[in-house]
Ligand binder design. Structure first.
Ligand code: HEC
Ligand code: HEC
Ligand code: HEC
Ligand code: HEC
Ligand code: HEC
Ligand code: HEC
Ligand code: HEC
Length: 402
C-alpha cells in the first residue's frame, strides 16, 4: 500500500466525474429488450453443489470470490462501531458519518452540525468486498439499491468515504436546498451486482435499476463459472452411478478464449455493454457482451484489468497455452502464495538465471516480474489525503524498478 498526497482539485474532480459518468452510462445508455439468455430464474446456489463436491465447497467458501458480498452482520462488517472510532470524516468539518450498532442492526448516520442538528440514517444491509482491501455497504429502498457514503478501508483499518463522495460533498454544501438524504442517493446497478454477487432478478427492464430484493443472492456462486447446474444436479441425483459429469461446464474443456472470457467478465474492467448485465453464461465469448476501450487497457485498476495486462505479456502471446488457471486455482484461498506462483513460472522457464545465482530465486520470481504497483483509478479519500491500492502487474516482463 502506497500513499500519495492529494492531487490538485481538477484531477480529483475529473476522477469522480469519470466514475459517476461510467456508472450512469452503464446503467442507462445501452440495450433494451430481452437479453439473449438472461441469467435469471433456474440457477443453483453454491449450497446445492455441496452434497457431491464437499471438499471443493469447503475450500471455496473461504475465498474472496465467495465472500465478496454478504448480508451485513456483526461477523461480516469489518469496521469498528465503538465510540470515538466509529466515524468517517468528510472534507467539511461540520459533516461526518457515524456508524452505530443498535438492537435492530447496523446504521450509518449523517450528522451535520452547521446551524442545525439535522441527522439522516440508513441501515447497513449488504456488504460488498471480502475486506481484502476494502468494503462498501448497500441498503434497499423498495426495489432499488443504494450505496452508503461511508466505507471501510482495510490498509488503514479505518472508516473512510466511498470514492467520489469527497468531491460530491463539497458540491452538495453549495446547493441552495441541500438535504442530508441527497448524500444517500448513489444507485447500484446490475453490473455491480454481476461482478460482486451471484444473481438478482430485475423488475422490468434488465438494464434498469429495480430488482426483486428477495432474489438477491450474495457471493459469487459456483454457477457463475459452471453454468446454472440445475440439469446437472437432477441428472446425478437420478443416476448416482454415473461417473462422468453431465450437463455442466468444466472450464478446463473450453477453448482458451472461452476460459479467459469467464474471468474477463469481472477481471477486464467495466467495459461498454453490448448486452444487459447478468446475460453472460460460462462458455460465451466476452466479446459478444462487452467492448473494452484502449484507455481501460492501460490502467492498472482496482476493478480488475488483469486480462488485458496478461494479454500483452510475451508469456501469454508466445506460449499459446497460458490461461488464468495456469497459476490460479479459484477454489482455494491463495493469499500470500508467492512461492506457489513462482513454481508455475518454472513449468515453462527451467533455466532462468542459471548463470546468475542471485536472480535464480525460485520462490520469488513474481516479485520482480509481476511487481505490486499502484492502481491509479478510484483513489480513497482519508484525512485530507488520497490513498491508492496496489495490485500485481499481470504484464509479466522485465521491470526497470520493480
Ligand atoms: C447429486 C450429485 C451432484 C451434485 C449435487 C452436483 N454434482 Fe457436479 N458432478 C457430480 C458427479 C458424479 C460428477 C462426475 C465425477 C466428478 O468429476 O467429480 C460431477 C462433475 C462435475 C464437474 C466436472 C465435469 C466434467 O466435465 O469434468 C463440474 C464442473 C461439476 N460437477 C460442478 C458442479 C456444480 C457447480 C454443482 C452445483 C451447481 C454440482 N456439480 C452439483 C455430481 C454432482
Ligand atoms: C467489472 C467487474 C466489477 C464491477 C462492475 C465492480 N467491481 Fe468491485 N471489484 C471487482 C474486482 C475484480 C475486484 C477485486 C480487485 C482485483 O483483485 O482485481 C473488486 C474489488 C472491489 C472492492 C474491494 C474488495 C476487497 O475485498 O478488497 C470493493 C469494495 C468493490 N469492488 C466494490 C464495488 C462496487 C460497490 C461496485 C459497483 C458500484 C463495483 N465494485 C463494481 C470487479 C468489479
Ligand atoms: C471463479 C470461477 C469458479 C467458481 C466460482 C467455481 N469454479 Fe469450479 N472450476 C473453475 C475452473 C476454471 C475449473 C477448471 C480448472 C482447471 O483448468 O483445471 C473448475 C473445475 C471444477 C471441477 C472439475 C475439476 C476439479 O477441480 O475437480 C469441479 C467439480 C468444480 N470446479 C466444482 C465447483 C464447485 C462445486 C464450485 C462452488 C463450490 C465451484 N467449482 C466454483 C472455476 C470456478
Ligand atoms: C462474477 C465475477 C467474477 C468472475 C467470473 C471471476 N472473478 Fe475473480 N474476483 C472477483 C471479485 C469481485 C474479486 C474480489 C473479491 C473480494 O476480495 O472481495 C475477485 C478476486 C479474485 C482473485 C484474488 C484472490 C481472491 O480470492 O480474493 C483472483 C486470483 C481471481 N479473482 C481470479 C479469477 C479467475 C482466475 C477467474 C476465472 C476462472 C475469476 N477470478 C473469475 C470477481 C470475479
Ligand atoms: C503467471 C502466473 C499468473 C497468471 C497466468 C495469472 N495470474 Fe493472477 N496473480 C498472479 C500473482 C503472482 C499474483 C499476486 C499474488 C499475491 O500477491 O498474493 C496474482 C494476483 C491476482 C489477483 C489479485 C489482485 C492483484 O492483481 O494483485 C487477481 C484478481 C488475479 N491475479 C487475476 C488473474 C486473472 C483474471 C488471470 C487471467 C487473465 C490471471 N490472474 C493470470 C499470477 C498469475
Ligand atoms: C505457459 C508457459 C509460461 C509460463 C507459465 C510463464 N512463462 Fe514467461 N514466457 C513464456 C514464453 C513462451 C516467453 C517468450 C519466449 C522466452 O523468452 O522464453 C516468455 C517470456 C518471459 C519473459 C521475458 C519477457 C520479455 O518481455 O522479454 C519473462 C521475464 C518471463 N517470461 C517471466 C516469467 C515469470 C516470472 C513467470 C511466472 C510468473 C512466467 N514467465 C511464466 C512462457 C511462459
Ligand atoms: C531480483 C529480481 C529477479 C528475480 C527474483 C527473478 N528475476 Fe528474472 N529477470 C530479472 C531481470 C532484471 C531480468 C533482465 C536481465 C537479465 O536477463 O538478467 C530478468 C530476466 C528474466 C527472463 C528473460 C531473460 C531470460 O533469462 O530468458 C526470464 C524468462 C526470467 N527473468 C524468469 C525468471 C524466473 C522464472 C524467475 C524465478 C525463478 C526469475 N526470473 C527471478 C530479475 C529477476
Amino acid at each position: 500500500m502506497k500513499r500519495v498526497k492529494a492531487w490538485g482539485l481538477t484531477v480529483a474532480v475529473a476522477a469522480a466525474l469519470g466514475s459517476f459518468a461510467l456508472l450512469y452510462f452503464n446503467y442507462f445508455a445501452n440495450g433494451t429488450g430481452d437479453p439473449p439468455h438472461a441469467f435469471r430464474g433456474a440457477t443453483s446456489t453454491s449450497e446445492a453443489c455441496r452434497p457431491c463436491h464437499q471438499s471443493i465447497y469447503d475450500s471455496y467458501v473461504k475465498t474472496g470470490h465467495y465472500l465478496t458480498s454478504t448480508v451485513a452482520t456483526k461477523a461480516t462488517v469489518m469496521g469498528d462501531f465503538s465510540a470515538g472510532r466509529n466515524v468517517a470524516r468528510t472534507p467539511l468539518p461540520d459533516l461526518q458519518f457515524a456508524m452505530e450498532e443498535r438492537r435492530g442492526g447496523f446504521f450509518q448516520t449523517a450528522v451535520y452540525t452547521k446551524d442545525t442538528t439535522e441527522t439522516f440514517t440508513k441501515p447497513f444491509q449488504i456488504v460488498v468486498g471480502s475486506g481484502e482491501r476494502a468494503q462498501t455497504y448497500l441498503f434497499w429502498e423498495g426495489d432499488r439499491l443504494f450505496q452508503l457514503p461511508g466505507m471501510y478501508f482495510t490498509p488503514e483499518e479505518t472508516w473512510t468515504l466511498a470514492p467520489g463522495y469527497e468531491t460530491w460533498i463539497v458540491w452538495w454544501e453549495e446547493l441552495p436546498n441541500k438535504r442530508l438524504e441527497m448524500l444517500y442517493q448513489r444507485p447500484i446497478g446490475g453490473r455491480c451486482i454481476e461482478c460482486h454477487a451471484a444473481t438478482v432478478l430485475p423488475v422490468g427492464s434488465p438494464t434498469g435499476l429495480r430488482f426483486h430484493p428477495d432474489s438477491f443472492e450474495v457471493g459469487i456462486s459456483c454457477a457463475k463459472c459452471h453454468g446454472p447446474g440445475v440439469q446437472h444436479i437432477a441428472f446425478h441425483e437420478q443416476n448416482p452411478a454415473a461417473e462422468e459429469g453431465r450437463h455442466i461446464v468444466n472450464p478446463a474443456s473450453l477453448s482458451r478464449s472461452q476460459q479467459i472470457s469467464s474471468c474477463a467478465l469481472c477481471h477486464a474492467g467495466q467495459g461498454v455493454p453490448k448486452t444487459p448485465p447478468l446475460s453472460f453464461r460460462p462458455g460465451d465469448e466476452i466479446s459478444a457482451h462487452r467492448i473494452y476501450t484502449k484507455a481501460e487497457q492501460k490502467q492498472l485498476s482496482v476493478h480488475g484489468g488483469q486480462v488485458q495486462f496478461l494479454w500483452e505479456s510475451r508469456c501469454f502471446a508466445e506460449s499459446g497455452s497460458m490461461t488464468c488457471s495456469t497459476c490460479h486455482n479459484v477454489h482455494e484461498d491463495e493469499t500470500d502464495q508467492t512461492a506457489m506462483f513462482s513454481r508455475q513460472c518454472l513449468t515453462c522457464h527451467e533455466q532462468s538465471h542459471a548463470e546468475e545465482p542471485k536472480l535464480a530465486q525460485g520462490d520469488r520470481c513474481t516479485e520482480c516480474h509481476m511487481p505490486d504497483q499502484q492502481a491509479s483509478n478510484l483513489p480513497m479519500y482519508h484525512e485530507g489525503e488520497e490513498l491508492f491500492l496496489s495490485m500485481a502487474n499481470h504484464r509479466i516482463g522485465i521491470f526497470k524498478d520493480p
